[in-house]
Design a protein around this ligand. Structure first.
Ligand SMILES: [Zn+2]
Length: 235
């Protein structure tokens, strides 16, 4: 099992760890890690693993069962090695700002028109989210943008808590992503943004909404009769 440091401390940029398994010479499992594994619309972290003063680039991280596999760019690491992990922090921090901004935007849109999310993809420069609505007009998009920025500027604190699955499942407001409930997880991680939003979520977030900066909705598209896609960027 890999301990996921980023779930409780998203600002950890480095950690020491021990290699518990290596497959095909380049898929490395660690006892604990700071790397976020690709999933939930948030891209994998990148960075490096350092062993005996040699650096191995981490190009991708993915979760299999309760282990996180780190794909490195060259062979040489082996089971039992003690290593140091270093994140590509600039990229991760952009993902954190984007992820928290996505929750704020989704909360605002849900409050305004009751829409749920049907898909999402966060990026470093631009992100997108799909909603189960037949129509958005430009005036409505301006309202979403304005209200999201109002919330961001309030400097709301983001907090993490854990709740037993059975109890959490009774609170439908925790699951804004339509038709997607986490499977086989006995305890759910709950991310709160001040009193604005509370969601069951496995992503990495900033501590305070002021870190996000300014949100700008850049585009929207039709994605089917009952689906609309919104694109946004952060300044
Ligand atoms: Zn999320």
């Amino acid at each position: 099992m890999t301990q996921k440091i980023c779930l409780d401390d998203s600002y950890a940029k480095e950690c020491s760890a021990k290699i518990t398994k290596v497959s095909e010479g380049k898929f490395v499992v660690l006892g604990k890690t700071i790397f976020y594994a690709h999933g939930g619309g948030q891209p994998s972290d990148t960075g490096k693993i350092i062993c005996n003063n040699k650096e191995y680039k981490v190009v991708f991280a993915k979760q299999f069962g309760d282990e996180i596999s780190h794909e490195v760019s060259e062979h040489g690491l082996k089971e039992g090695d003690k290593v140091k992990c270093v994140l590509d922090w600039e990229k991760r921090y952009k993902h954190m700002r984007m992820h928290t901004s996505a929750h704020i935007l989704a909360a605002v849109i849900n409050m305004e028109i009751g829409a749920l999310i049907t898909g999402n993809q966060l990026g470093e420069e631009e992100s997108r989210m799909d909603f189960n609505v037949p129509e958005f007009d430009r005036e409505l998009l301006k309202t979403f943008e304005h209200k999201a920025n109002e919330a961001i500027q309030k400097g709301l604190e983001i907090t993490i808590a854990y709740e037993e699955r059975e109890k959490a499942l009774q609170r439908s407001e925790l699951f804004r992503l339509k038709d997607v409930l986490p499977k086989n997880i006995p305890v759910l991680r709950i991310v709160s943004i001040g009193a604005l939003d509370v969601q069951a979520d496995g992503g990495t977030h900033v501590h305070n909404t002021k870190e996000i900066g300014k949100l700008k909705i850049t585009d929207f598209k039709n994605k089917g009769a009952e689906n609309r896609r919104i694109y946004w960027k952060l300044d």
